[in-house]
Design a protein around this ligand. Structure first.
Ligand code: G3P
Ligand code: CA
Length: 270
């Protein structure tokens, strides 16, 4: 098997890897290019995002399955019966303001396509923790995502080795990614029972749990196991936004911390 997991999340005596949740979403509207740039400005390499699919099959970066919270969809399309991402075309979604809800100075922000998001990461030389959001809503999205990544060069060996992890709350979705592209590093979002962890280790390199669900014993139980690439499983925990919580999970021994405030977490764990 290709050896990818270690290069992506090496042991870091200096502190855990810091990952910007939906971009640096404490400082810019989540899952927008502005949030990617905000992470870059803070010196953060890793950006987490959420990927879904439009009515006409375009992959877009947005967290909620409904567009209401983070866009002006209700004003732009007042007569629609649904504001679900899956019920809008990419051209319709491109019209939406995805920034004003966060601050007027972000009124130009749009819901990016995955392709636009990848281009911005490439320009910034950043890395991607890609979440397949609500996979049951989008049958076949795993193949679509892998196709888009390949087209943009993100399945080239150097990217796979150094710059890409795919995660989901859907175990079947991650199993599918692993089956289709065994070289890609994968993560399962959640906190499986310790007794079940070894079955997850067959298809995932990372167990990525809420920080509220873990302690040092759980982290150690995960890290004792080896994943599909023969390396020990990693733990990236979310969503840690205070210095006190960051220090706590750092003491648990986590490998990475996913946060809306990467600077706060970095300062608390160095
Ligand atoms: O990456 C972890 C985190 O993003 C999972 O939860 O709801 O923010 O996508 P959510
Ligand atoms: Ca997410």
């Amino acid at each position: 098997q290709p050896r990818t997991a270690d290069a992506l999340t090496p042991d870091r005596p200096a502190g855990p890897v810091v990952l910007a949740h939906r971009g640096a979403s404490g400082y810019a509207p989540e899952n927008t290019l502005a949030a990617v740039d905000a992470a870059k400005e803070l010196g953060i390499d890793w950006v987490e995002n959420d990927v879904q699919r439009t009515k006409d099959g375009v992959l877009v970066v947005v967290h909620d399955t409904d567009l209401k919270r983070t866009t002006d969809v209700e004003e732009v399309f007042p007569d629609r019966a649904s504001w679900a991402v899956k019920d809008f075309t990419a051209a319709e979604i491109a019209k939406l303001d995805a920034g004003s809800w966060f601050g007027e100075r972000f009124a130009e922000a749009r819901v990016p396509t995955l392709s636009q998001f990848l281009h911005r990461l490439e320009r910034n030389r950043q890395k991607l923790l890609l979440e397949i959001k609500s996979p049951a809503t989008y049958p076949g999205i795993e193949r679509d995502i892998l196709r888009a990544l390949r087209k943009e060069g993100w399945l080239d060996p150097s990217h796979v080795r150094n710059r890409l992890v795919i995660q989901s709350f859907g175990a079947d979705s991650i199993k599918e990614v692993h089956a289709l592209r065994p070289d890609v590093t994968t993560g399962f979002l959640g906190t499986p029972e310790v007794a079940d962890l070894s079955s997850y280790a067959a298809f995932t390199d990372q167990i990525n749990p809420s920080y509220k669900t873990i302690g040092a014993d759980y982290v150690a139980a995960v890290q004792r196991l080896k994943g599909p690439h023969g390396k020990r499983l990693r733990v990236n925990t979310w969503t840690v936004d205070t210095a006190a919580d960051a220090a706590k999970v750092h003491a648990y021994g986590v490998d990475g911390i996913i946060t809306n405030y990467p600077d706060v977490v970095r300062d608390a764990t160095r």
